[in-house]
Design a protein around this ligand. Structure first.
Ligand SMILES: [Zn+2]
Length: 54
């Protein structure tokens, strides 16, 4: 089972989408993207609440 998170589903006008079976890796990628592109910090809890299992 992989986890998937997309900016669009989180309400951003952004085509970023990431899917990974490694939760730690996905969290890291999303946090980096949020910082670089959206100038915001996402906590692990935020990300765990936003992803879906695919
Ligand atoms: Zn984005």
């Amino acid at each position: 089972m992989a986890k998937e998170l997309s900016c669009r589903e989180a309400g951003y006008d952004c085509d970023f989408m990431v899917r990974s079976e490694k939760e730690d890796e996905l969290i890291g990628m999303v946090q980096q993207h949020a910082r670089d592109v959206h100038d915001t910090e996402m906590s692990q809890a935020d990300i765990r609440g936003a992803w879906k299992t695919v």
